[in-house]
Design a protein around this ligand. Sequence first.
Ligand code: ADP
Ligand code: MG
Length: 287
Amino acid sequence: ATPTALMVGTARSAKMGVLIKNGEVLQEVSDLNTVVFDKTGTITVGKPEVTDIVGDEKQVLTIAASLEESSEHPLATAIVKKADSEKLQIKKVSDFEAIEGKGVKANYHDQTAFVGSTRLLADVNISQEMNQQATKLQEEAKTVVYVGLNGEIIGLIAIQDVPKPSSKEAISELKKRGLKTVMLTGDNEKVAQAIANEVGIDQVIAGVLPNEKAEHIQELQQHGDKVAFVGDGINDAPALSTADVGIAMGSGTDIAIDSGGIVLVQNDLRGVVRALDISRKTFNRIK
Ligand code: ADP
Ligand code: MG
């Protein structure tokens, strides 16, 4: 493409809130055959809310919120918000520890407490009843976190984060254009699959630790795919730079935005479709 054609292409997409760093990125977009999406804040709104609590509600929520007060994770925000709305008193904890992609741990009234995924539960038993409740909630597309105290699970908290209204249309448009769509998330397989079904995603890679996201992108590339990764979080930065095209949400963290070759100012996945259309037009016109 001529320099003028590239300028026209990037300017046209910028007008639609799709900021493309340079002509090289615009060209890479025309070669894509796979788009990989982060879940929270990318496909979903990213404002999760507590929907169900299993166990002694007051105790479970008080302990969970007391730990999550020190975490910045979206799930933590949801739990603290729920405790506030129930006017529960948040307690001081000590020895707080955040475990990336797994949860949080702290000392609560001289007992070890934790909130997080099953990955935190190494040697803690879960009753069959709790297990069944967790499965049911996950099948409803709700993320379940386990609340533990003193080596025992005392309850579950279910948290729901709904897809953005625009996600389904964007994914359907990408599929119409022949692209494969993949969800890459740290969340549980059942929850990920339920949300993927809602928006029409082809393939789900779940239970991925934050530092493994980039490796999964590489794996797809080794199969010959030209891959875009769309994400918003601090954890997404390595995947954004590993992908052939990194696409960051405008609402994302600064590090995600810096790692992306494209920024979607409106946080709307239809921006990926726009970038694709403009790129294909720019390069077909010249070829
Ligand atoms: P995502 O890929 O959706 O951004 P993360 O990698 O941040 O998810 O987290 C993966 C899983 O780890 C969550 O679904 C949750 O089960 C658990 N987790 C992580 N951080 C926390 C936290 N602060 N409180 C509770 N659970 C957490
Ligand atoms: Mg995220």
